[in-house]
Design a protein. Structure first.
Lengths: 53, 580
């Protein structure tokens, strides 16, 4: 069976890419949106689907 | 793990296999217990008594007659337990006589289960276009090793939750589900120390296929449970939705940030890694790799890491949950669904946690929770996460192309959402919805009537006690009148719900049959997860930096945020309790 590429070699080949502003935006918006939506869902959950609370 | 080559994909195959067994089980509604011969295993001290067919009608029965009530005959068995059976002709039978009903032996049931699964999987193997001869031998090896592990896990000293009842001085109280852990360990031994054997078994080692088929079958079982406690089931479903937000918006962003900022991973590595760690292991890593046009090697490497860590979680988390979350079973279930990656390991850890927590709650507080709710919670959370992989891959592809980096000739197509949608989920939805639709009206008719019958029974019992101590003839007559009226009412109520009760009995027969195979697919999953978890190979390949991100993300925040959010949404929500 032919040997596949090794993980260590692949990681060594990896070049450094600085974090782009668009990525920073993506990360922060994602976390903010997630936190807000979770807050809303907790409220909806406790209000409309008590199921034992 | 094994992706589509020339034949059908494992995803589609699991859907068809699960639906085929489910359809066979539905014959129960026409009075034929098609799968009643499937194997069931119980805690044992004498291995010859460990196995039996799942249908009581097929089990052999021997005992002394203690009561005959028209066609109902009650027997006292050798273990002291009583069992009532229906006998067509009771003439010639009397109390005190020995009675013996021939039936199918446990071994015959096991053999039939093996043959049935072999044939079903062979059809699957043909659809997957693998070598049939090799598959037969491989499947036979995998089946029997897995079953022996399952049997070992049921040894009473390991499994019995009540040592006294099992007639032994002590027990580890790990329940029969410890057989899953035994299968996992056996798989790890094969995968890490017997490379030739594991290479030979390659075509059969398909944990994703087995778990997805099991999930399709589990839908039916959970549909019946949801009908019994509809309010709780909808609450669990809604909370499952919340897991999507957590996995996609919070976990993903955090893991991506850590991988990029602190471990200096490139975008090509960081995105599949974030999906693998935070969403659903293998399929998410592959979908993300495709979405951002990473080289195929990247998601494959990430996937092998995901599988290894899922095994570690599968071994650790259920026992942590048993020790610290046994008072909050559904928090534990949701935690497994959120924190454990890969469908197989997540649902499997839900099943182990279910058994461990129920055993602990019974021992510590005498609370006997109904089986399956922790598994249902873990499965619901995991499935909700799964079904959004396609949408997420589409969103990522869009963002990557529009904002991050667009590769030449790249087009973002909405059809990718469907292509990446896990098809086995459709099977789960069908089996769940069908049994829910069948059982919900029946449960709604039966539950209030049974409550009323229960109250009447209590009244009758009280009145009968009073009869024994009453001497006044008029009071005695009034009591007897009251008893008669209550019994007549009970009979009337019983007749009123005869039909819906028959529906529920048939649903139980159907799900008992399919569940026997669901359990076997679970055992196969555990064993094969072990086999694919080749720690040695990954170590040799230079796991270091990738594993460091994984460990930091998983043990640094994924597990704990998962626990906090599970707690917020599920604390105080308890599974139904077994009554009577």
């Amino acid at each position: 069976m032919p040997e596949g590429p090794k993980l260590a070699e692949e990681l060594k080949k990896m070049e450094y890419e600085p974090l782009l502003p668009v990525e920073k935006k993506l990360i922060s918006w994602s976390i903010i949106l997630g936190a807000v939506l979770l807050g809303i869902l907790v409220w909806v959950s406790y209000t409309f689907f008590p199921g034992g609370h | 793990m094994v992706e589509k080559k020339n034949g059908i994909s494992e995803d589609w195959l699991s859907l068809w296999l699960g639906l085929f067994i489910f359809v066979l089980s539905l014959f129960a509604f026409s009075g034929t217990d098609t799968l009643g011969w499937g194997i069931s295993t119980k805690a044992w001290t004498d291995v010859s008594k460990a196995t039996a067919p799942v249908s009581k009608k097929l089990q052999p029965l021997k005992g002394e007659i203690t009561k005959i009530d028209s066609q109902k005959v009650t027997l006292k068995k050798a273990d002291g337990k009583e069992e009532t059976i229906t006998v067509k002709d009771t003439t010639g039978l009397k109390v005190g006589d020995k009675y013996e009903k021939p039936g199918m032996s446990g071994f015959s049931s096991l053999l039939l289960t093996y043959l049935f699964m072999l044939v079903v999987m062979l059809v699957g193997a043909a659809a997957l276009r693998v070598n049939i001869g090799k598959f037969i031998i491989g499947f036979t090896i995998v089946f029997w090793i897995s079953y022996v592990c399952w049997l070992i896990g049921h040894y009473a000293y390991i499994a019995a939750t009540d040592a006294k009842k099992a007639g032994i001085p002590w027990s580890l109280k790990l329940t029969g589900e410890s057989g899953f852990i035994v299968a996992l360990v056996a798989g790890l031994v094969v995968g890490n120390f017997f490379p030739r054997l594991s290479a030979y078994l390659k075509d059969v080692i398909r944990p994703e296929l087995y778990i997805k088929t099991a999930i399709v079958l589990m839908g039916a079982l959970l549909g019946v449970k949801a009908a019994e406690s509809f309010g709780l089931a909808t609450a669990v479903m809604f909370r499952g939705l919340c897991a999507i937000i957590e996995a996609y918006l919070i976990y993903w962003a955090l893991v991506y940030f850590i991988a990029r900022k602190y471990f200096k991973f490139s975008k090509e590595w960081a995105a599949p890694l974030a999906s693998g760690i935070s969403i659903c292991g293998v399929s998410a890593a592959i979908a993300t790799g495709g979405a951002i046009r990473a080289r195929p090697i990247v998601p494959i490497m990430v996937s092998s890491l995901v599988v290894i860590f899922a095994v570690i979680e599968l071994i650790l988390l259920p026992f942590l949950a048993q020790n610290f979350l046994w008072k909050e079973p559904l928090v534990a279930g949701a935690w497994m669904g959120l924190a454990v990656k890969t469908d197989g390991a997540a649902v499997a850890s839900g099943a182990v946690t279910d058994a461990l927590i129920r055993a602990k709650a019974l021992t510590m507080e005498g609370v006997n929770y109904k089986e399956g709710w922790v598994t249902m919670t873990a499965t619901t959370v995991k499935l909700f996460i799964d079904i959004f992989i396609g949408v997420w891959a589409f969103i990522l592809a869009f963002i990557w192309c529009a904002k991050v980096e667009c590769k030449p000739g790249e087009k973002v197509r909405a059809v990718e959402i469907w292509n990446r949608f896990p098809k086995f989920v459709l099977g789960y939805v069908v089996t769940f919805a069908l049994l829910l639709i069948i059982c919900l009206p029946a449960t709604r008719a039966v539950q209030p009537v049974e409550k009323e019958i229960g109250t009447l029974k209590e009244e009758v019992s009280k009145a009968e006690k009073q009869v024994q101590i009453t001497t006044d003839p008029s009071a005695l007559a009034a009591l007897n009148e009251k008893i008669k009226a209550a019994k007549d009412k009970m009979k009337g109520l019983g007749d009123q719900v005869k039909e819906p009760k028959a529906t529920l009995t048939n649903a139980k027969i159907a799900t008992d049959g399919s569940n026997s195979f669901r359990v076997m697919f679970f055992v196969l999953t555990f064993f094969t997860i072990g086999v694919v978890s080749n720690f040695k190979k990954l170590w040799e390949e230079g796991i270091g930096k990738l594993a460091a991100v994984y460990i930091l993300a998983l043990f640094g925040f994924i597990i704990w945020i998962g626990l906090i959010i599970s707690w917020i949404f599920f604390h105080g929500v308890k599974p139904p309790i077994v009554t009577g």
